[in-house]
Write a protein of this length. Structure first.
Length: 210
């Protein structure tokens, strides 16, 4: 779907659409074909009014009194999220965290394929075998161009994060999942999602102590 032809969806709504999609996938696995807005909202942990508001970004569908066709709704969400086709992704920084991410087998079922990994020391022996090619940083730009990569996972030390980010952006990467412990500076057209486990734990700690 052409992004210019659809309404801009708020970031928080995009996250909730991803949650709805996983709920629908579980329903499909259990042989359930239709679902009401109340049931889907409960499964996703949101209010039904919020769910219906979020789904208005996808267009008009669903039958009053009968609910949503689970397969159709899942297809519409994947189309809007751009995950109805396998998208190439690269990972930069193959230390302990990067190696663990490469072992995760849940990317491809969700529409993402890690086509290569990069590290300053690709020849260093790793404890677990890697399932993708591990290349030196000198191969970064060439690989991005060959595979038409627009997304990258960043798991490098803080000292290298900005420099690597600059190279990714210059090579055409538009989306970065950042595990590095800094917030890299990027142009406005580049989207960076930050994953900081310590911050998430601090957030939990606050609410536990409240």
């Amino acid at each position: 779907m052409n992004k210019a032809a659809r309404p801009e969806i708020p970031r928080k709504t995009v996250y909730r659409l991803s949650q709805y999609l996983r709920c629908l996938q579980r329903l499909k696995g259990n042989g359930i074909q239709t679902v009401s807005s109340e049931a889907l909202a409960k499964a996703a942990g949101v209010k039904s009014t919020q769910l219906r508001k979020d789904l208005t970004y996808l267009g008009q569908f669903g039958t009053r009194g009968l609910g949503y066709d689970a397969v159709q709704l899942a297809e519409m969400i994947t189309s809007h999220l751009g995950t109805n086709r396998l998208q190439p992704v690269i990972l930069v920084g193959v230390g302990n965290l990067g190696s663990a991410l490469l072992q995760y087998r849940g990317f491809e079922p969700e529409g993402f394929e890690i086509v290569a990994a990069f590290d300053m020391d690709p020849d260093r022996t790793r404890e677990t075998p890697l399932r993708v090619p591990l290349l030196g940083m000198d191969r970064l730009e060439t690989t991005l161009s060959e595979h038409h990569v627009r997304m990258a996972i960043l798991s490098v030390p803080a000292a290298a994060a900005q420099e690597v980010t600059n190279r990714l952006v210059e090579a055409g990467v538009l989306g970065i999942l950042n595990f590095a412990p800094i917030v890299p500076v990027v142009p406005e057209h580049v989207v960076v999602n930050h994953v900081n486990l310590a911050i998430e734990l601090e957030n939990l700690s606050y609410f536990l102590n409240d």
